[in-house]
Ligand binder design. Structure first.
Ligand SMILES: [Zn+2]
Length: 175
């Protein structure tokens, strides 16, 4: 906050607190020096919060403390957002592991049945087609469809269908 902003702040505070210092040059110099890194809107917010809870006159330290709390909250919010993003990344890694697992399981099944492992990929593709898609409701034998009912082009099937196929193949493998 600069001297002008401090003067505005003290003027506003004096409306609720007659003991607020008069904005003479020395007062403005001191307050502006102490609050030089505090944004004006945070200062105004700090004064409002102060007089909502306290009867005594606001001091620069109250405003600095409020500014510290605001920054601490922002840091915590950022930290939480990072944790959420990391959890989401783990989910995607988990899905990729399941997809890898399908390929491994289908290769193992192919070997157990005496099928050429080269056909394992085709076998895996058939495995997706053997179960309905819980996401887009594609029936067994039909490809997954995206918006507008067009077949998916970037992926083989919806992750939910891959999960279902994996579960089906794992059960099959246990029998
Ligand atoms: Zn689907």
């Amino acid at each position: 906050m600069n001297r002008q902003e401090v003067a505005t702040l003290l003027g506003a505070a004096s409306a609720v607190d007659p003991k607020v210092p008069q904005p003479d040059p020395d007062v403005l110099d001191m307050w502006a020096a102490i609050l030089d890194d505090v944004p004006a809107e945070v200062g105004a917010d700090a004064v409002r919060e102060h007089y909502r809870h306290h009867a005594e006159t606001v001091m620069p330290a109250d405003i600095v403390e409020h500014w510290r709390a605001v920054r601490r909250d922002a840091t915590e919010r950022r930290h939480r957002a990072e944790l959420t993003a990391r959890a989401r990344q783990l989910d995607e890694n988990g899905l990729r592991a399941i997809r890898d697992g399908i390929t491994r399981v289908s290769a193992a099944l192919a070997a157990a049945r005496g099928i050429d492992p080269e056909h394992a990929e085709a076998d895996a593709r058939r495995a997706f087609l053997a179960v309905p898609c819980p996401y887009c409701r594609a029936q067994p034998g039909d490809r997954c469809t995206g918006p507008g009912g067009r077949p998916l082009t970037k992926t083989t099937a919806h992750p939910a269908r891959l999960d279902a196929a994996f579960a089906a193949m794992t059960n099959q493998g246990n029998q």
